[in-house]
Design a protein around this ligand. Structure first.
Ligand SMILES: C[S@@+](CC[C@H](N)C(=O)[O-])C[C@H]1O[C@@H](n2cnc3c(N)ncnc32)[C@H](O)[C@@H]1O
Length: 512
């Protein structure tokens, strides 16, 4: 029985009971199953479960893509909605594809990839279009995108019609003639800030235009990293251990993972490797009182819960009820019983005040510009403006001030963002430390080293005690973390001075 349970846990077959007699698959069915496992995130939005995508339509074979008038018309229809930028692109795409039931998997794949291309290169596309605004001319925008992706000769004259000359004119200028911020594919305000902040801004902008890999965090309460890699391998999905996080598995393709038992049974969660390390900065111990102040749907809460071996108590706070609602099913899947989600009205809520001075560890994963996640959310570049940065910056300062009051003497406060901007990161911490001298900054790299996580000495030298991950340096999303400790004069000894490695962290290093 135990053996059977083990088998079904790792099995990729969907929903079939492991003790049912095995049905023999035909070669065609087996090939379709493997194709399904290898779908990209773009296809995930567009996948019709009854029609497996044809691999010939994937962008790795751009020469074989057939651009039909249906594709061009539908791409225009999709861009008309998505380029309004009045909501997250992945949500708008899902809505569009749900309505477009007449499209086959080939068309869906081409359209989805074109939409992502358009969002990643919207600056250059807008520049090429001159006085024509993309959202007002979505069909022409779609034609331009397809021409840039596959070459204009892949589009027949019949489809191009009277727009052919306009399109050829738009394709003529060289990229290098465009202003620098347009080549960088970021808004001007962000370009100006990043150029001052990063000597390697060119590499940063380049990295931010790429797609991101799929990182999984293995739930070590249920499986080991090697087990997950071996199981993926059995199903021809190549995966490797992450470079930094001991729980990370990185995939070379992006299957529709949420349909698989390893996901459904809580053995893995999707989480960028940089984000996994934020939980390691908190470094919670068994039985402690922890608060995840901006828990959202609980990506980091779950990682903290696993590090605590489902002991102690984690208060998961957030002002957004809907987002926090996503945490409960994930807790169940992960087998965690130490998490207590709670919606708060503001950072000054009475639930927060009741816990003043009681927490061993508090994580503030602050709301931010999300500039570190542009690889995954290219639309965010065009939806988040400079005014919004001002507003969010004052929320960040208010949230850390309030959350800090929950930290007991000798306890730890971790402030994190997925922003690449100093203003939201070091700027917030410097101001906080000036106002709160009872807190001191710890060396984030030392804390990670003690847990067996090695980040390059170059990075340590460049960013001091702050934890900084960047796509051009680490191949992860951009993350920032500051580890602060509330002084405890009575103890006279801080963790900073303590040579001992906490029990749970040590244990987890040895296991890996
Ligand atoms: C970066 S996201 C958190 C992501 C989450 N920790 C994770 O790992 O998936 C920031 C969160 O802060 C929440 N937030 C915004 N203002 C807040 C406030 N005043 N107090 C607490 N949470 C707040 C947002 O609703 C959002 O879910």
């Amino acid at each position: 029985m135990a053996e059977r349970a083990e088998r079904s846990r790792f099995s990729f077959s969907r929903g079939r009971r492991s003790d049912a007699p095995k049905r023999k698959l035909t070669d065609r069915q087996r090939a379709a199953k493997e194709r399904l496992a290898k779908m990209s995130p773009e296809q995930r939005h567009t996948h019709d479960p009854n029609k497996a995508p044809n691999p010939r339509m994937l962008s790795s074979h751009p020469g074989e893509v057939r651009i039909t008038s249906l594709v061009v018309d539908e791409l225009g229809r999709a861009l008309r909605k998505i380029l309004k930028l009045d909501g997250p692109a992945d949500v708008l795409m899902s809505l569009y594809f749900r309505e477009a039931r007449h499209l086959g998997p080939r068309e869906r794949t081409i359209i989805a990839e074109a939409i992502y291309y358009c969002l990643r290169h919207l600056s250059m596309i807008t520049w090429r279009m001159g006085t024509v605004t993309p959202v007002k001319a979505p069909r022409l925008t779609g034609l331009l995108v397809l021409a840039l992706q596959y070459g204009v000769d892949k589009i027949s004259d019949q489809i191009l019609g009277k727009e052919k000359d306009t399109l050829l004119n738009m394709l003529r200028p060289k990229d290098s003639k465009a202003p620098k911020e347009i080549q960088a594919e970021v808004p001007k305000w962000l370009y100006d800030l990043a150029v001052v902040q990063y000597t390697d801004h060119k590499a940063l902008f380049e990295a931010m235009q790429q797609g991101a890999p799929l990182d999984l965090r293995v739930n070590t309460l249920k499986a080991g990293v090697d087990d997950v890699i071996a199981e993926l391998d059995k199903h021809h999905v190549k995966a490797v251990k992450g470079e930094y996080s001991p729980e990370c598995v990185r995939l070379d393709i992006k299957p529709a993972l949420t349909q698989w038992p390893i996901y459904k049974d809580g053995l893995v969660e999707v989480q960028d490797e940089g984000s996994q390390l934020i939980a390691r900065l908190v470094q919670p111990r068994r039985g402690e009182m922890v608060c995840d102040f901006c828990a959202g749907a609980g990506g980091k809460t779950l990682a903290l819960g696993a590090l605590m071996k489902s002991t102690g108590r984690i208060y998961a706070f957030d002002v957004n009820e809907k987002r926090l609602g996503g945490l409960k099913p994930r807790m169940r899947r992960a087998g965690l019983s130490n998490i207590y989600p709670s919606v708060i009205r503001t950072e000054h809520d009475s639930r927060v005040k009741r816990l003043y001075g009681k927490m061993d560890r508090v994580l503030v994963d602050a709301p931010c510009s999300g500039t570190g996640t542009y690889r995954r959310n290219p639309d965010l570049k065009w939806r988040f403006g400079e005014d919004e940065l001002e507003r969010i910056n004052s929320i960040q300062k208010s949230v850390i001030r309030s959350a800090a009051k929950m930290v007991k003497k000798g306890g730890r406060l971790v402030y994190a963002t997925c922003s690449i901007l100093e203003r939201e990161n070091q700027g917030v911490i410097c101001e906080f430390l000036e106002e709160n001298p009872e807190f001191e900054l710890l060396d984030a790299y030392e804390i990670l080293e003690k847990q067996g996580v090695e980040i390059s000495p170059y990075q340590k030298k460049r960013f001091g005690e702050y934890f900084v991950m960047l796509p051009q340096l680490n191949g992860t999303d951009g993350f920032f973390g500051a580890v602060l400790q509330r002084r405890d004069e009575k103890k006279g000894r801080t963790e900073k001075e303590s040579p001992a490695l906490e029990g749970d962290a040590q244990e987890s290093v040895q296991k890996e």
